[in-house]
Design a protein around this ligand. Structure first.
Ligand code: NMN
Length: 173
């Protein structure tokens, strides 16, 4: 049984993330999707709660026919000590042999902890990019095609787009 982890903030979960999940599931039996910065929500960079991100990921994977017994979704809050973060992650999740990551800090910290790293392809990073999606939402531009339709519908249903626009607002007239 080969297991891998895929850490990310998923703010929000988009089609690039979905491609990484599929790519990783061709290489391991089970994938542990780590919802990082779990303590964060209601900010420009982290508008969604960990619970909301778990819901959107599960809906997306269901939409694309990925069986629930092939993945876990586990939220993990950040800690102030990068040097021990890989061990902090290990404490919260089932045993794993591989890390799927492109984030250089994540790669570095797991490498130092002696874990094998598998770097997934970038999957059209310019287009499928959470920072860009948050920007498009704020600017009232089209972002529907960048996320699974279940994620789009979910964000609309919780008025996540309105939340993001509201928290960018200034209290100065
Ligand atoms: O590449 P992104 O989407 O930012 O995801 C990486 C995740 O890993 C983030 O949630 C980040 O905060 C987390 N992380 C946390 C620590 C820490 O808590 N010290 C260190 C490195 C990465």
């Amino acid at each position: 049984m080969l297991r891998g982890i895929y850490p990310g903030r998923f703010q929000p979960f988009h089609l690039g993330h979905l491609s990484v999940v599929k790519w990783a599931l061709e290489r391991v039996d089970e994938l542990i999707i780590i919802v990082g910065s779990a303590q964060e929500s209601h900010t420009l960079n982290n508008p969604f709660t960990a619970g909301e991100r778990i819901e959107m990921i599960r809906m997306a994977l269901k939409e694309y026919g990925i069986p629930t017994d092939r993945y876990y979704i586990i939220p993990i809050p950040d800690i102030l000590m990068n040097n021990v973060w890989a061990y902090h992650v290990k404490m919260y999740v089932p045993a794993f042999q591989k890390v799927f990551a492109r984030n250089p800090l994540v790669v570095r910290l797991f490498k130092e902890a002696g874990v094998e790293i598998d770097i997934p392809p970038a999957f059209n990073r310019e287009k499928y990019n959470s920072t860009l999606i948050r920007k498009l939402i704020i600017m009232n531009e089209e972002w529907k095609d960048l996320v699974p339709s279940s994620v789009y519908n979910y964000i609309k249903s919780i008025k996540g787009d309105e939340r993001l626009k509201e928290i960018t607002g200034s209290d100065k007239k």
